[in-house]
Design a protein around this ligand. Structure first.
Ligand code: ADP
Length: 462
């Protein structure tokens, strides 16, 4: 039997460029597909951060990664924008990228069975396949799965930029690109793909509602028969306290004392009081409305008056930078506020923290809770999207559950969850058993990769 050929197209891929979870997924799903016997390849832009000579390399055992080169468009430090906002030429950049994805296939003589597109940056691929390349025999058998990782980022552009896409104005109507007078790439991607998926079961249901649909609920409803929810996994070769080269001391569920060693050394490094008994709360996040960092800011006084420590790593909207800079000044000895992107610091925080905040207003999947589990760090989450599918409220009586949860998007709910967590934290044997249990949970890609293969095959049978 011929190998299934899949090209995963993404605007960011670990280890080459990352702003969020999309990069983690794009860098690890293909490796899991490879393990399942798929000829999986990856394509991404060649940003300044890509330190590879030439236009391709391999990761995993032999997963080929192609880079689309264009120094004017991609040789920049930030991927999508800088302190002045989104780059003004984002539509030129990603329309170019999408065209080049198809051209690269031809140049490499690689006709994928499936092009697996992700987010708005590659949404034009299915559109081009069904228009410009419609009668191209090279792509006669190629189908597209389009994955929405976050429906709130749709790739919206002013109408007058539409010609940059290179398609007839006839497609600028409400069935395809038009969205309240603007150009909407994600909408066209959803319409033109053979199937659509998102990154957890609950989010795949939520996005059909007005509350979570970001105006595209109707468009998604029309595609409901080919809409799938497949939970992301994480790559335990990268995320494991047993192997992590960046933390102070490797540990496993059999050597939890060494997690506390990480905590103490980290406390020392970042200038917090060194004491393994002080509950340490970590948060690593884009600082955007979605992530609920304001709930954390709202409860900081109460939290830190409980004799706890807060370590925040994040970057994003200026308004949150201002809020957390104030907190940093006020609580020099109990809060460590790091307003930047720092992959190494992130690993140390996962290892050192006792608890981890993910109080999102919505969360398509969320990777931090799964990473936290592996590091024996207990997540405190809002019950939404993928968080709902992965974190179960801990019940101290039965010893069942994996974290602490709240429902209403309000800081009071978060505070109640924190209070409960701190109380249980004091019961050391109970806390140890909870840590040990979450460390054994398996959120590797193996199961999800199989689900993707099932969906790919279903599309090919369609
Ligand atoms: P999203 O993709 O919505 O930002 P996810 O939970 O899916 O959220 O993925 C976030 C990923 O990015 C995690 O691997 C997290 O550790 C990482 N991350 C987020 N912010 C930072 C930061 N400031 N520095 C380092 N890593 C970060």
């Amino acid at each position: 039997m011929n190998k299934l050929k899949v090209l995963l197209a993404s605007s960011e891929v670990v280890p080459f460029a990352k702003t969020g979870g999309l990069a983690d997924v794009a860098g690890s799903l293909p490796l899991a597909l490879e393990e399942c016997g798929v000829d999986a390849r990856i394509i991404m832009p060649k940003y300044a951060s890509v330190k590879v000579s030439g236009d391709s390399t391999t990761i995993g055992k032999n997963v080929k990664v192609y880079f689309v080169e264009n120094d004017d468009y991609f040789k920049r430090i930030e991927l999508y924008g800088d302190k002045f906002g989104d780059y003004k030429d984002n539509l030129d950049r990603f329309a170019f990228f999408s065209r080049e994805i198809l051209e690269k296939c031809k140049k490499e003589d690689f006709a994928p069975d499936i092009i697996h597109c992700n987010e708005w940056q590659t949404a034009l691929v299915p559109v081009y396949l069904n228009t410009i390349y419609k009668y191209d025999p090279f792509f006669a058998k190629t189908k597209v799965l389009y994955t929405v990782h976050n429906l709130a980022y749709q790739g919206l552009f002013p109408k007058d930029e539409y010609p940059k896409i290179g398609l007839d104005w006839a497609l600028f109507n409400i069935d395809y690109f038009e969205f309240y007078g603007k150009v909407n790439l994600m909408k066209a991607g959803i319409v033109y793909s053979d199937a659509v998926s998102t990154v957890s079961k609950t989010y795949s249901e939520e996005i059909l509602t007005q509350e979570f649909g970001c105006g595209l609920e109707g468009v998604l409803k029309n595609r409901e028969s080919v809409l799938y929810g497949i939970l992301n996994g994480i790559d335990y070769n990268l995320w494991s306290p047993e192997k992590d080269p960046k933390i102070f001391k490797n540990y496993s569920c059999d050597s939890l004392q060494d997690k506390y060693l990480n905590k103490e050394m980290f406390q020392k490094e970042i200038g917090l009081k060194v004491d393994r008994n002080i509950p340490m709360f970590g948060m690593i996040s884009r600082l955007a409305e979605q992530k609920g960092a304001d709930f954390v800011a709202d409860i900081t006084d109460k939290l830190l008056n409980m004799k706890a420590q807060l370590v925040l790593l994040g970057t994003g909207d200026n308004k949150y930078h201002v809020i957390f800079e104030k907190i940093a000044k006020k609580y020099r000895s109990s809060a460590s506020i790091n307003l930047k992107f720092d992959a190494v610091l992130a690993q140390k925080i996962y290892a050192a923290s006792d608890m981890f905040f993910i109080p999102s207003r919505y969360e398509p999947c969320g990777l931090s809770q799964m990473i936290s589990f592996k590091y024996g760090t207990i997540p405190i989450v809002r019950q939404t999207g993928g968080l709902k599918d992965t974190v179960e409220e801990f019940n101290p009586r039965t010893g069942k559950g994996t974290g602490f949860t709240f429902v209403e998007p309000k800081s009071e709910g978060l505070l109640a969850a924190v209070k409960k967590a701190v109380m249980i934290y004091k019961d050391k044997p109970l806390w140890m058993s909870l840590m040990k249990y979450v460390m054994t949970l398996d959120y590797s890609w193996a199961a999800s990769a199989k689900e993707y293969i099932t969906v790919y095959n279903r599309i090919l049978d369609q």
